[in-house]
Design a protein around this ligand. Structure first.
Ligand code: UDP
Ligand code: MG
Length: 350
């Protein structure tokens, strides 16, 4: 069903961790995008860009702060420490909740095509509550990144985590999805697997993934693997089922082995089989340790969930201060002209 009442308020939510290299470039693109969406009447002039500083150790927060002081379309929150991409994103979504009609989350490195937002909003206006941004092409990723990401999605699916293929965290969510998401209290966050669980009407928008405009990825192989394990264990108990089946098969095999051993003993053809004994013992030892590891992973997750620790703590907020800006303008016009004047609110950014 098509939505009709006036233009909706959009919040673009952008997690940023040590992004001082790329933020000055991409923040302009985001500001331009929101300006053009407002001009086209697709979203309301109250729409904002919400930057989430995920405990960066470089000048990211200072950059966000000065951006917000120059442009009323920008807002910022800063987490008390680095909590990881998923928690930072959730912090931004929960901050936006109640203030807007829809959010679009996107990484701040310029890899995801911001022009796909137009189609996302069209889909929202057509009545969709969730719009997934899906990469149609990964040719700009390195061979290794591409292959490891494909393996990641395949493994996730095989182990029972329902994820949208080639979709990361570039997505549109309506306010009612945000309200529903707020009811999911889990500490082990894997948003791209949780959103399909929330439900509602969804669709996908396809775009070509670019290279990072500057800076470097925070997801090397080690983090990707731990992210995949988190994703699987937070969404599915299928690995535990696989272990049970494996255990059953091993049990059957051992029953056969026992029968065979007795039969061989009775027939008097027992062999001095050191090698075969070693193989069986190490195989079963390995299987048991693997199973214990998987079970341990779930026990650990349960332990963390029972603590009910906060998923993020917002330490600081920043937004455009009209009085401070007027004061700054006054002192600027009294003295020399600052280069920041070009970005004053109301003026279009180049
Ligand atoms: N990010 C974050 N906290 C972290 C790591 C990353 O908020 O601990 C942000 C980062 O600034 C970027 C997004 O998450 O906006 C995706 O990170 P990145 O581009 O490094 O991942 P990749 O695209 O290589 O998978
Ligand atoms: Mg990236």
């Amino acid at each position: 069903m098509r939505r009709s009442a006036g233009p909706a308020t959009l919040y673009i939510v952008i997690p940023c961790y040590n992004e001082e290299a790329v933020l000055p470039i991409t923040s302009r693109l985001f500001v331009d995008k929101i300006a053009s969406l407002v001009d086209q009447g697709k979203v309301s002039p109250l729409s904002r860009i919400l930057f989430v500083n995920d405990g960066s150790s470089d000048a990211t927060w200072e950059l966000i702060h000065s951006l917000c002081q120059r442009d009323e379309r920008c807002l910022g929150i800063s987490l008390s420490r680095n909590r990881g991409h998923q928690n930072a994103l959730l912090a931004g979504l929960m901050e936006a909740r109640g203030r807007c009609d829809l959010t679009i989350s996107i990484d701040c490195d310029g890899q995801d095509d911001i022009n796909a937002m137009d189609q996302m909003i069209d889909a929202y206006l057509d009545g969709c509550d969730v719009v997934y941004g899906v990469r149609s092409d990964r040719s700009t990723d390195s061979f290794f990144k591409r292959e490891s990401a494909q393996a990641f999605y395949r493994l996730m699916r095989a182990l029972g985590a329902d994820v949208v293929y080639n979709h990361a965290d570039y997505r549109l969510l309506s306010s009612r999805v945000l309200d529903s998401l707020a009811q999911y209290r889990e500490v082990n966050l894997f948003l791209r697997g949780m959103i399909p669980l929330v439900g509602f009407h969804s669709t996908s928008v396809y775009y070509v993934r670019h290279e990072r405009l500057a800076g470097k990825s925070h997801y090397p192989l080690k983090k990707m693997v731990s992210f995949a394990v988190d994703g699987i264990t937070s969404l599915s108990t299928k690995p535990l089922r696989i272990i049970s089946i494996l255990g059953f098969l091993v049990f059957l095999a051992s029953v056969l082995a026992i029968v065979w051993a007795f039969a061989a003993r009775a027939a008097g053809v027992t062999v001095p089989g050191w090698a075969s004994t070693m193989v069986v013992v190490s195989l079963f030892g390995g299987v048991q340790l693997l199973c214990l590891g998987v079970i341990g992973e779930y026990v650990g997750k349960t332990y963390m969930e029972t603590k009910r620790r906060p998923r993020f703590i917002v330490a600081e907020r920043t937004e455009y201060d009209r009085a401070e800006s007027a004061e700054r303008d006054r002192s600027d016009s009294a003295g020399s002209t600052s280069p920041d004047d070009a970005d004053a609110p109301g003026e279009s950014t180049p």
